[in-house]
Each structure stands twice: as structure tokens, then as C-alpha cells.
Write a protein that binds this ligand. Structure first.
Ligand code: 4AD
Ligand code: MG
Length: 479
């Protein structure tokens, strides 16, 4: 058996009693032909391997370069160096893979995040991305644990669909028709009957509509999968391919929905605080160092860990859209005309600068905004009695802006159909969606959490491209 190895993370907590272990990993540094700092991705902390002088031939010593891969057997002994409890005294070293130091793009020095994005296939081997991706994993695990423990059913919704769940038209077409010469109808339009599915299809923007079908049978479900948006937004918070968690619950109203969302966000943050403190500490320090380069007023008022603790220990502020508009209108920021998009009044869509003003300057905590004007929200949201607003809720997080979008759904068939007509949603094609309202309709609600925005919030990474392995953004689909 080849892979009988001890993970470095586990090894570093063992009592050093001379026990024999085998480790495998990649060299971070090699000093004085004697000290190898070995990393295997289980932690940012390297294992110091001590190679006795004369133990290896010169030829072999030369091959121990940064990022070469090694299999090392040795004895665990108390460390002579500072900052670590154990060293490994090597008894045998196999070089599994060489790494040409001249050509290897990741030198043992500080690289910019922009540069690392260009070598995203290698950036996992840095401390920053090691921490980010271990935390991303932990968050994903916590998502499943939270819902599983609550009795929610994990539903896999289709990636290829014929519908536009959000009705926003930001979809990637899926087709096998030849793009240079598609078959045409008599009137010159493309004949999609000849396409693979016999109709136009696209990558899903949201699993919500299918989620609603299952929630009206199982009660409580959630999805967790990739979603795709062809919106041409080149911002630090938008991806063309991102992961979304969408719980959908029968017998929930808007308030139940907000309560669940708040409890959920706090739960997954707590999970990371309890299980990934080492990585959080590393990222907190990284952020502090990074912010030292910035002008005082751009720096965070509190550190990453304090921010997360603060979120855990305080209720999210809950206000209506109408109140938010008033706060923004009355703000000094507005009066001094500091918003790029001025506050024109009730009915306007909030820009991210407005959302961030509310959470970062005014309330200084996460905010749940509810009851938006129906004109700026999707067709499926439940219409309020005022005839003007819908039972929508968005959660806004400091440094991020919108992290959750959700609503109570319109369960009354007539009202839903009327809204679909007004918004030019194809009613006949959505017969299956409307069937849930025909056959035993129930009050129900749900929301979508943008997973990458959540990872950004927890890791403090300022660009969304740095919390997903291989970001897809306008003009970029490398790797
Ligand atoms: O607000 P959105 O568009 O809501 C929906 O898709 C609903 N169907 C959710 C539901 O009620 N089941 O998207 C939900 C969240 C946003 O709040 C944001 O966090 C994230 O998804 N999101 C994006 N994240 C990264 N890149 C993008 N282009 C995103 N668009 C939305
Ligand atoms: Mg939204």
C-alpha cells in the first residue's frame, strides 16, 4: 500500500515520542540543505523535516526545490526550533515529483491576488488560498448539516431548464444547433424543434421554481448547486457561475423565512468559528496587513474575527424598504450628494452603494430589508394588501451588500397569473408551476444565499474571484 500517510495537521498535535510516521506533501522551503518545510494542504502550518547532514547525495539534495513533492518517513521528535512542537527526523526521503525552480511561477514570496488569479491552478498551494478553500469546504459542510438536522430534504434541481426562474433574461443558451447555420422556420426565426431538447433551453439561474414543486410535497427542502447568470457585471461581487443555496418551505410566511435565514447564517458562521479558527486567524492577520496599506478611512473598524463574533451575538436589523428609503433620503451622505446614484424616492431600485451605506454606515450590522415595491421584484413574490409592495426580503451584509434574496411566494393562483401576465411571463409554458397553486396550494416561502458572497463575508476576501476555485466572469473561462 502506497498511501499510508499521516496528515501534517494531525502530526503537529501528536506528542513527540520518537514514533515513526510517513508524510507526503510539497516543499515550501528548503534551508541549509537541512530543514525542509513540508506542506500537505491539511493546514497552513508546515512540518519541519530535519535531514541529517550527509544523509542524502548531493544530486538528491538539489532536487528538493520549492513545490517538489516528497514522501518522507522519519521519527517524530520535540522541535529544536521555535513556534512548533514537533520536528520529523527523516530516515528516508523519496522524491515523487521534481519541480524546476527556474520555471515554477509560485516563488516563496508574496504575490498579488491578481497575479495568483492568472495561475489559479497553482494558487491552492499558497497559505491564503489554503485557508480560503478549507473554510469554503467547512461552510458547505455546515450548510448540509444545518438543513439535514432540521429535517429538510436535499433536492437536486436541473442545470438545464426551459424556464427563466427570475424572469430577468440573463441566461446562457444551451443548444446543439450549428451556430453558423441554424435551421430556420418559414418566417426566418430559428427552428428550435430541431434542437436537442426540441425547444429553447438554458442553464438555470435558480432552482427555486423546481424547489417549490418539491416543498409542496415534502414540506421543507433545500437545493445547493451551481447557477448561471449571463449578466455583464464586472464587479468584485458577481460571477457568471456561482453556487446558491435555496431552501423552500411550505407553511412559512415572510417572518418565518427571515427567522430561518438569520438562524442559518449564524449557524454556518459558528461552525467555521468552532472548526477553522486557525485558518480564520491567518486570514484575519492577512486582512489587517493588507489594510495597513490603505488610507485610515478605508480600513475596517474591527478585525475579521470580531466582525463574525459581532454578527453571531446581535440580531439582524429588520426594516422595510419604505423605511430604508427614508433613512437614505435623510442621510447626510445624500444631502451632500455623495451617492453616485441619487435617492430619487420610493420605487427606486437600491444600488449596492445604498445597501452598503445602510449596513456599514447607518446600522453597522446585517440588515433584513422587506416589502419592496412589486415593480422591482420577481413575478412569484406574494403581493401585499397595499397593492404596491410584495413580501420580499433581502439580507444585506457589511462589506458585501446583498447576500440573500428571498420572499414569501404568491400562492393564490389568480393573483399569480395576473402578475405573470403583467410581467410577460409565459403562462402556458409554466403550467407545471401553476399546478402547485391549482392542487392543494399552501402558503410557502424561501430564499437564496449566494454561497461565494457568504464565503467572502467569512474569509474577508474582497474579490469574489478569490473564493471560487476557477471563476467564470465576462471574458474569462480559463482552466
Ligand atoms: O436575489 P437572487 O437573484 O434570488 C434568486 O435567485 C431567488 N430565486 C432566490 C430564492 O428565493 N430562492 O439571488 C440570490 C442570491 C443573491 O442574494 C446573491 O447573494 C447571489 O444569489 N447572487 C450572486 N452571487 C454571485 N454572482 C452573481 N452574479 C449573483 N447573483 C445573485
Ligand atoms: Mg436579489
Amino acid at each position: 500500500m502506497f498511501n499510508k500517510r499521516t496528515r501534517i495537521k494531525d502530526l503537529l498535535t501528536q506528542e513527540p515520542k520518537g514514533q515513526e510516521v510517513t508524510v507526503m506533501g510539497w516543499v515550501r522551503t528548503f534551508r541549509n540543505n537541512q530543514f525542509i518545510a513540508l506542506n500537505d494542504g491539511s493546514t497552513n502550518n508546515n512540518l519541519q523535516v530535519v535531514v541529517a547532514l550527509g544523509k542524502l547525495e548531493d544530486d538528491s539534495l538539489k532536487r528538493i526545490t520549492t513545490s517538489s513533492s516528497l514522501k518522507i518517513t522519519g521519527n517524530v521528535v520535540p522541535s529544536l526550533g521555535k513556534g512548533q512542537k514537533v520536528d520529523l527526523n527523516a530516515t528516508s526521503i523519496d522524491i515523487l515529483g521534481d519541480c524546476d525552480a527556474e520555471k515554477y511561477p509560485l516563488q516563496p514570496k508574496k504575490h498579488s491576488l491578481e497575479f495568483l488569479r492568472e495561475i489559479a491552478h497553482l494558487r491552492f498551494r499558497t497559505n491564503t488560498f489554503g485557508s480560503v478553500f478549507r473554510i469554503r469546504h467547512a461552510l458547505a459542510f455546515a450548510v448540509h448539516k444545518f438543513f439535514n438536522d432540521k429535517g429538510f430534504l436535499y433536492l437536486h434541481t436541473p442545470i438545464i431548464t426551459g424556464s427563466d426562474a427570475e424572469g430577468a433574461g440573463e441566461m446562457f443558451r444551451v443548444t446543439t444547433l450549428p451556430i453558423d447555420k441554424p435551421p430556420k422556420n418559414d418566417d426566418g426565426t430559428i427552428n428550435f424543434q430541431k434542437d436537442f431538447f426540441g425547444k429553447p433551453t438554458n442553464l438555470t439561474v435558480s432552482g427555486q421554481l423546481e424547489g417549490e414543486l418539491a416543498a409542496t410535497a415534502f414540506g421543507e427542502i433545500y437545493t445547493f448547486g451551481p447557477t448561471f447568470r449571463a449578466e455583464n457585471s464586472n464587479t468584485p461581487r458577481h460571477l457568471a457561475e456561482f453556487w446558491m443555496i435555496e431552501p423552500e418551505m411550505a407553511f412559512y410566511d415572510l417572518e418565518d423565512n427571515m427567522n430561518l435565514a438569520e438562524e442559518f447564517i449564524k449557524y454556518i458562521i459558528r461552525h467555521v468559528m468552532e472548526n477553522n479558527l486557525e485558518d480564520l486567524d491567518f486570514l484575519a492577520q492577512r486582512l489587517t496587513d493588507e489594510e495597513k496599506q490603505m488610507p485610515q478611512d478605508k480600513r475596517s473598524e474591527i478585525g475579521l474575527i470580531e466582525k463574525l463574533e459581532f454578527v453571531l451575538n446581535n440580531n439582524f436589523e429588520r426594516i422595510t424598504y419604505t423605511d430604508a428609503i427614508e433613512i437614505l433620503r435623510e442621510s447626510n451622505h445624500n444631502k451632500k450628494k455623495k451617492f453616485q446614484f441619487p435617492i430619487t424616492g420610493w420605487g427606486m431600485d437600491l444600488q449596492s452603494e445604498h445597501e452598503r451605506y445602510l449596513v456599514e454606515k447607518h446600522f453597522k450590522k446585517p440588515v433584513i430589508l422587506s416589502n419592496y415595491p412589486k415593480e422591482i421584484k420577481a413575478f412569484y413574490m406574494r403581493q401585499n394588501d397595499d397593492g404596491k409592495t410584495v413580501a420580499a426580503m433581502d439580507i444585506l451584509a457589511p462589506g458585501i451588500g446583498e447576500i440573500v434574496g428571498g420572499s414569501q411566494r404568491e400562492e393564490r393562483q389568480a393573483k399569480l397569473e395576473q402578475r405573470m401576465k403583467e410581467m410577460h411571463i409565459p403562462i402556458e409554458e409554466m403550467w407545471w408551476y401553476l399546478d402547485t397553486r391549482r392542487y392543494g396550494t399552501v402558503p410557502h416561502a424561501g430564499f437564496g444565499l449566494g454561497f461565494e458572497r457568504m464565503v467572502q463575508f467569512v474569509t474577508g476576501m474582497s474579490n469574489i474571484r478569490d473564493v471560487i476555485a476557477f471563476p467564470r466572469t465576462p471574458g474569462n473561462a480559463e482552466f
